[in-house]
Design a protein around this ligand. Structure first.
Ligand code: A3P
Length: 275
């Protein structure tokens, strides 16, 4: 209620640099939208509705930090403003640029089992092609190099899922303590404990409760309840049905990601049950 309280309306303004204390930097198809929307349930968090793409887009970056600040939502001084642009995680220049804005910023990364994430990534691109009545390759054809029969590391959906490679670039600028890894698979099935870990990481008092999250059987996902009248589910573009992928390709990919995953667990101190 405080968030919407008219009495306090006059104190609202564009986020100051100090209020941009956390960013969801990725990973694409990890559940970044769900995480942002769910965090926005917290009275001390205000989200930027759109992906701002300030740090990964040279043209936007050239417009300067004031442009970025103005793209952020209005908020009260005690609130944290937060945005998500999943391309940040994989874009070379971004860590340095964010460091220059705020070297003590908290960085949230939401990950999913890498092979599932790659297929989800493919599914999104496939849907875009189909919308334009274009045909597209099968996932198997993109993910496996036809000459070597090995995993095609040139394929972006594969590369993005090598989480440790990207994280290592970030670690040249930020210590590991400034990152929090969210389990995107668990955010789907059991969102509350994941959100409570984020509240803790952001030093926020625990305010998100089971009341705010209800399972919608039709959607097959948790939806958000802000109050007695206002609730919402994520758009239909979240939770697409993935095409069936050849099991031998899945096995090959899982084997390929395995050593990278081990390294990722080691660096982050968070272990997942990925095969
Ligand atoms: P799929 O479409 O593969 O199922 P992003 O927002 O980063 O693009 O991630 C999209 C993914 O968020 C979806 O992937 C979906 O599984 C996941 N997700 C997590 N929680 C969700 C929720 N409550 N509602 C809808 N999708 C959710």
């Amino acid at each position: 209620q405080f968030k919407r309280g008219l009495l306090h309306e006059f104190r609202k303004g564009n986020a100051t640099k100090e209020q941009i204390r956390a960013i969801i930097i990725g990973v694409r198809k990890g559940g970044t939208r769900a995480l942002l929307e769910m965090l926005n349930l917290h009275p001390a968090v205000v989200k930027a509705s759109q992906e701002i793409h300030f740090f990964d887009n040279d043209e936007n970056y050239a417009k300067g930090i004031e442009w970025y600040r103005k793209k952020m939502p209005f908020s009260y001084p005690h609130q944290i403003t937060i945005e998500k642009s999943p391309a940040y995680f994989i874009t070379e220049e971004v860590p340095e640029r964010i460091y220059k804005m705020n070297s003590s910023i908290k960085l949230l990364i939401i990950v999913r089992e890498p092979t599932t994430r790659a297929i989800s990534d493919y599914t999104q691109v496939l849907e875009g092609k189909e919308r334009k009545n274009k045909t597209y390759y099968k996932f198997e054809k993109l993910a496996i190099d036809p000459n070597t029969c090995e995993v095609n590391t040139k394929y972006k959906a594969v590369r993005t899922s090598i989480y440790t490679k990207h994280l290592e670039r970030w670690l040249k600028y930020f210590p590991i303590e400034q990152f929090h890894i969210v389990d995107g698979d668990r955010l789907i099935t059991e969102p509350l404990p994941e959100l409570q870990l984020v509240e803790k990481f952001l030093n926020l008092p625990p305010r998100i409760s089971q009341y705010n999250l209800y399972f919608n059987a039709t959607r097959g996902f948790y939806c958000l309840r802000f109050n007695i009248v206002f609730n919402k589910c994520l758009a239909g573009s979240k939770g697409r049905i993935h095409p069936e992928v050849d099991t031998s390709v899945i096995t090959k990919l899982r084997k390929f990601f395995h050593p990278f995953n081990q390294k990722f667990y080691q660096i982050t101190g968070r272990t997942f049950n990925w095969p």
